[in-house]
Design a protein around this ligand. Structure first.
Ligand code: KG4
Ligand code: ZN
Length: 376
């Protein structure tokens, strides 16, 4: 079964054709980085206008690369939540038009659930694809909008068991990059700079380059990244002088030497990733105590492209005897293959939508507190 997927939830206009939920026949992504660069963040109105201009050429290109025509498609899938509503409507309107005119089913897909599916995607032509995710799984989504831990029971059933109470990891990376005076997009640039120095926590402490890890008390599965951001700001610019709107700082990021900037980047990366790994350990303990034994660790979202996070989740999974399902780099960032891939499983579970499919700013995944709700 060939499904065409569309993704326009934020600042990437993407279209893909995926066969039977896994085999990617084409994966076209048009990024808008150049449009949002000067604002150091995504401007919703600019994003939705760019989606409008790009969506038809992107669809044409995805069909061309896949070598299929409209008549070969079995269904049309689209990310309809969560995201910027002005961006989502462009993909959803295009998907409805395609589904209606071709007489094919329309499948609305949750973007976060789709990130959790991205590790299952494989390239066309791979003769021996790796085994797909084994369930139940422990899931981690780290992106610009989400930092959450899930119990994943199947491709279409997940429960949220921990989440950030303030910034998402990607957002924290992007803000830290601005504090350090790095160019947009912040996350990947900070990652690259951090990798230029060897980080050692003892040396960092001795040189006072270390930054705090926010664990928020025993057994807590939530995340908080606002404290580390402030700590980094003070290390870069000195203690603030004055209060409120009158606050000034003795230094700017331009006063950092290249070596100091790289050390602070590495220290930030270490504190954030080690926090995530500790929370994964706690989540596993909570699930085990509740009688659930995850077989896989799923990692997804834009920050799963991070070099240190990839290394540390790999080590964690090996230590805990979990199968690591982490996407190839091109499926870490927002893409439509994950949308088309998950739609296949939704169709198998009988979840098909109609032309009233809404766009919704929030995810469909429900919260379930495993520490409190023990399952028999
Ligand atoms: O999943 P994604 O493409 O969009 C959202 O759904 O949010 O994630 C984008 C986020 C951005 O904050 C970006 O800075 C971050 O992922 N990111 C990274 C890296 N690559 C992308 N953060 C840290 N290290 C990276 N290598
Ligand atoms: Zn995303």
């Amino acid at each position: 079964m060939k499904i065409l997927g569309l993704e326009t939830s934020c600042d990437e206009t993407a279209c893909a054709v995926v066969e039977d939920g896994r085999v990617v026949l084409s994966n076209v992504v048009s990024t808008q980085n150049e449009l949002h660069q000067r604002y150091k963040g995504v401007v919703p109105e600019i994003a939705s206008r760019a989606h409008l201009e790009r969506i038809l050429p992107v669809i044409d290109e995805a069909l061309r690369v896949a070598g299929v025509g409209y008549k070969d498609l079995d269904a049309i899938a689209v990310g309809n939540r969560p995201g910027l509503v002005g961006s989502l409507v462009v993909g959803v309107a295009a998907a409805k038009a395609l589904a209606w005119s071709l007489g094919r089913p329309l499948v609305g897909v949750d973007h976060v659930q789709a990130h959790l599916h991205a590790g299952d995607l494989v390239e066309k032509g791979v003769t021996e694809p790796p085994e797909a995710t084994r369930f139940p799984a422990l899931g981690l989504i780290v992106s610009g909008g989400h930092t959450s831990v899930y119990l994943v029971e199947s491709a279409t059933q997940q429960a949220l068991i921990g989440r950030t109470i303030d910034d998402a990891v990607g957002e924290a990376y992007d803000k830290a990059a601005v504090i350090l005076g790095l160019p947009y997009p912040g996350g990947p640039n900070l990652d690259k700079l951090a990798a230029t120095v060897t980080f050692n926590i003892k040396e960092a402490r001795a040189g006072s380059y270390d930054l705090p890890q926010s664990l928020m008390g025993d057994g807590n599965l939530d995340f908080s990244f606002s404290g580390i951001k402030t700590a980094l700001l003070y290390k870069v610019r000195g203690t603030p002088i004055g209060r409120g709107a009158e606050t000034t700082f003795a230094r700017t990021s331009a006063d950092l030497s290249d070596d100091e900037r790289a050390r602070l980047a590495a220290s930030f990366q270490y504190a954030v990733v080690e926090t995530v790994i500790k929370k994964l350990g706690r989540a596993l303990d909570v699930l085990h105590a509740g009688g659930v034994k995850p077989e896989s660790l799923i990692v997804g979202g834009g920050v799963s492209a991070n070099s240190y996070l990839r290394k540390r989740t790999g080590e964690f999974a090996a230590r805990q005897r979990l199968r690591l399902m982490i996407p190839a780099m091109r499926y870490c960032m927002d893409n439509a293959s994950m949308i088309a891939g998950l739609a296949y499983h939704q169709m198998k579970a009988g979840k098909i939508d109609d032309l009233f499919l809404p766009t919704i700013a929030t995810t469909a995944i429900q919260e379930k507190r495993w520490a409190l709700a023990r399952r028999d």
